[in-house]
Design a protein around this ligand. Structure first.
Ligand SMILES: Nc1ncnc2c1ncn2[C@@H]1O[C@H](COP(=O)(O)OP(=O)(O)OP(=O)(O)O)[C@@H](O)[C@H]1O
Length: 310
């Protein structure tokens, strides 16, 4: 089942996650650790998600043209780029919704075609609604996200119910839990979808533009929710148009342009911010360089909210 939920920061990533990833025998942890620990440098955290040379065609159009992207456990990575650059297609290829024509995806060290442990992955798609005309309550929709862990064949346990209640509270909807999702605002809707994704307590959280169309109050709740996940050690991949309130959480930015990676490194600076010491003109992360690559998602002259990538 591709019902996903869940994300991080590079600090102490090898040790922060709450425990499921550390359990013995999981394929995620079968990822070979590279160099032996010499006592000086800790071994790198295992790779949670990897795309290598990923190519994909939609219709007759090549949309991904050889994407390399990897996330280590505990990282929070923003996938940025102009409209149509392939961001959504890239994340949809990770969860098997878009077949690759070349290259490879691995999740927790397992090739996608053999990966079955979807409760470890949380996914919040772009611009969907939780309601879809179904008269389900907030709690029911969020609880459906737990099914990837519990399955359909057993009653929810007390722990399942507690996990569902916890994420409903986390996204600030405890007082709306019995309401129909159809009665919620767009921002509240998005919070339901995120709570649904978190209900299975995923180790990897993939969110496609979680802030799109969300009011400021909901954005702040979403940022706080993500902060909590990151603190718990969740690995996070976020498709974003601008970093906005999530900026402090982002470890690394990968910028796509026409289906290729044009930058993989420090998040670009917002307009008005000074480059960090050592940032050289021409460095791919410097704003001028990115601006010259034409990767701002907004049309020229369009008012900017954060100035990212301008
Ligand atoms: N189902 C489809 N059939 C044909 N072409 C598609 C399909 N879905 C997307 N595309 C095209 O693939 C390209 C990449 O789309 P994608 O949604 O991945 O971009 P994006 O970077 O996420 O854009 P946005 O910021 O607008 O969400 C676009 O040119 C889009 O028109």
């Amino acid at each position: 089942m591709n019902q996903l939920t869940g994300a991080t920061e590079v600090r102490d990533v090898a040790t922060t996650h709450t425990g499921r990833a550390e359990s013995a025998g999981r394929e995620a942890d079968d990822v070979p650790r590279t160099a032996p620990d010499t006592g000086s440098t800790p071994p790198p955290a295992p790779t949670v998600l990897s795309l290598r040379g990923a190519t994909a065609t939609l219709g007759s159009r090549p949309v991904l043209r050889g994407i390399d992207l990897s996330l280590r456990r505990g990282e929070v990575v923003a996938l940025l780029g102009a409209n149509g650059s392939g961001k959504s297609t890239a994340v949809r290829s990770v969860i098997g919704q878009v077949p690759l024509t070349g290259g490879e995806v691995t999740l927790f060290g397992t090739p996608l075609r053999r990966f079955r442990d979807w409760s470890r992955v949380g996914y919040v798609p772009q611009r969907t609604t939780a309601a879809s005309g179904v008269p389900a309550t907030v709690r029911e929709v969020v609880a459906s996200g737990r099914l990837s862990r519990t399955g359909l064949l057993r009653w929810p346990t007390r722990a399942d119910r507690a996990a569902v209640q916890r994420v409903i509270e986390l996204v600030g909807l405890a007082d709306r839990a019995k309401d129909a999702v159809g009665a919620l605002s767009g921002g509240q809707h998005q919070r339901v979808l995120i709570a649904r994704a978190l209900a299975a307590e995923p180790e990897l959280l993939i969110m496609d533009e979680p802030m799109a169309g969300v009011d400021l109050a909901s954005q702040e709740i979403l940022a706080a929710t993500l902060r909590e996940q990151v603190t718990a050690g969740t690995t996070v991949l976020l498709v974003l148009h601008e970093l906005g309130p999530l900026e402090p959480l982002i470890d690394r930015a990968v910028v796509l342009r026409e289906g290729r990676v044009m930058h993989d490194g420090p998040p670009p600076k917002a307009v008005g911010q000074h480059a960090p010491a050592g940032d050289e003109p021409g460095h791919p992360a410097s704003q001028g360089h990115l601006a010259n690559q034409g990767c701002h998602p907004h049309a020229a002259g369009e008012p900017l909210r954060t100035g990212l990538l301008t």
